[in-house]
Design a protein around this ligand. Structure first.
Ligand code: HEC
Length: 135
């Protein structure tokens, strides 16, 4: 328990880049929409649209401090793996945005095809645990 407290405080101090106002569920619903819109833009060879929605995914909102604390309490030392999964989506989204701006369709398709795997990696490990927690 003490360990978790120390970890939580350490994350509060260092993790300022990961706090906002919305609920995680709302953020995820928006991510889902942006993900679909991104796929659709690629299908239409709409590079500007693809860059726009990839940017929105990369730049998604952060959950509120209250939700963040609950998640940290539940995940404890697994929090770093959870953040890493989020980071993977972020990196891919930036890669997709760059490929779209460069109008590089092969790279765009290749990086987009990795996105669902990145989203699902976190869902598989954490979604059910956190859904119950934040209800
Ligand atoms: C770091 C972990 C993580 C990553 C990465 C992640 N998700 Fe989620 N996602 C969650 C969690 C946790 C929930 C459950 C939230 C809740 O219901 O409170 C969720 C729920 C969802 C939901 C369901 C929302 C609803 O209405 O119940 C959608 C849609 C979704 N995510 C889309 C995505 C997409 C698209 C990506 C990738 C671009 C993604 N997620 C990446 C953790 C993640």
């Amino acid at each position: 328990m003490k360990k978790i407290m120390v970890l939580t405080v350490a994350m509060l101090l260092t993790g300022t880049a990961w706090a906002g106002d919305g609920s995680l569920k709302q953020i995820m619903q928006q991510l889902g929409k942006d993900y679909s819109s991104l796929n659709h833009a690629i299908l239409l060879k709409d590079f500007a649209g693809a860059a726009h929605f990839a940017h929105a995914i990369a730049d998604h909102d952060k959950p509120s401090m209250g939700q963040r604390l609950k998640i940290m309490g539940e995940l404890g030392t697994e929090m770093s793996a959870f953040k890493k999964a989020d980071g993977r989506v972020h990196e891919l989204a930036i890669k997709i945005e760059e490929a779209a701006r460069a109008k590089d369709m092969p790279l765009l398709i290749q990086s987009q095809s990795q996105m669902l795997t990145a989203c699902m990696a976190c869902h598989t490990s954490y979604r059910s645990r956190i859904v119950n927690l934040l209800e």
